[in-house]
Design a protein around this ligand. Sequence first.
Ligand code: NDP
Length: 459
Amino acid sequence: MTQYDYDLFVIGAGSGGVRASRMAASYGARVAIAEESRVGGTCVIRGCIPKKLLVYAGHYAEDFADAAGYGWEVDAPRFSWPKLIAAKDCEIDRLNGLYLNTLKTAGVTLHPERAVIEDPHLVRVGSRRISARYILIATGGWPSLPDLPGIEHAITSNEALHLPQLPRRIAVVGGGYIAVEFAGIFNALGAETMLLYRGEQILRGFDGDIRRHLAAEMEKKGVRIRLHAGVRAIAKEADGSLTLDLGAGEKLGCDAVLYATGRAPNTRHLGLEGVGVAVDAEGAVVVDAYSRASVPNIYAVGDVTDRLALTPVAIKEGAAVAATLFGGKPVAPSHENVPSAVFSQPAVATVGLSEEAAAAAFGALDIYKTTFRPLRHTLSGRDERTLMKLVVEQAGQKVVGAHMVGADAAEIIQGLAIAIRLGATKAEFDATLGIHPTAAEEFVTMREKWQPPKQAAAE
Ligand code: NDP
């Protein structure tokens, strides 16, 4: 391997790139990584972590209100957005430092610059040319906004994490993870929040019951959800506010508009065309099961490929590439039964198939579902309902999907993901004892099959 400067050159120091470089170094490879922004990538710097801190902040608003039902008298609490943002920035700086340290300790050379691939074994970093036996593209994604008049007035999740003030009124465009999460954050922190989604229900691709239940709960909390809604143009007014043209003469005034209309892979100006790395119509690097691109010594992991845009997936893919190239053990990471959560308020978490996808895959299903007011809200008086649902394929009685909307959904579904991955049957769920009193115990105590209202009435 010595004819090259490095055994592995990684472009992008986010979750996937950092994991791949650390693991490769641990197998004895000589590794360098280039990062033009801050080490940590989307998740740590401008995604999962800062977002979750803001979600926690939002929950306090309800906690203060709910405390009264438990005998607490809380004087009108005041919230400071600038203080929250400063505290969050401090934590992100700390994590960035930890990531830098991790690379250093692992012996990975960091180039804090943009890298461009010039040849399958050659990368240009600033004015230097560096050769490598293998190249890993881990450049992630970036918010993608539609082209419409006034779009330059819109912000994305990147800017939402750094606004100098909390907007009084905010419109969020989109109905995916990011739109739903940020609508929840801004609403909880006190902004008048409107969610504008072009389709018939938010969170396309999720289980239908989950989508409807979440939308109803978000509306109870004050988010106004407009379905089948689109923005034609955005105009900035003299007072700095914005007016959204919703068509048919309808206008919506707001102080900020956040576009969460998807993310595009960062593959432009990387030199991919020049070396023949194939990308798909959306610009994502095309890879095989081992994350190998169309050029045999070039690999790609994480959001720059069109698989699952989730941090743990990128980490698994990065580790698998390192094991494949330097660990003497080719690993093709599985993308099945990947649990995920939407940190909406209340939260959504899911593993396995939605009822709709399971029906298409298996035909006959047994559905178990329950909605209830969590014990905590019997005294708080809050009108919030939890939904839990199990999707069971009828023939083999295997639980193929578990879904939840409610407090701690992500924490609960994480455990269930093991059972689902191992192919647990409904009988095995039933044989498991609950922990009482919890919400989670409902997942092992649902005995009655759900029947559509018409069928139930006929019997
Ligand atoms: P998503 O792809 O999840 O959602 C994009 C949304 O924008 C969809 O509702 C889509 O509508 C809508 N949309 C797309 N184009 C337009 C347009 N031109 N005009 C109006 N609406 C439009 O993207 P996100 O940006 O929310 O998130 C990107 C990915 O990041 C997610 O898919 C997820 O994998 C990951 N992520 C994960 C998180 C987590 O794990 N908690 C948190 C945040 C992100 P339609 O449904 O009709 O296509």
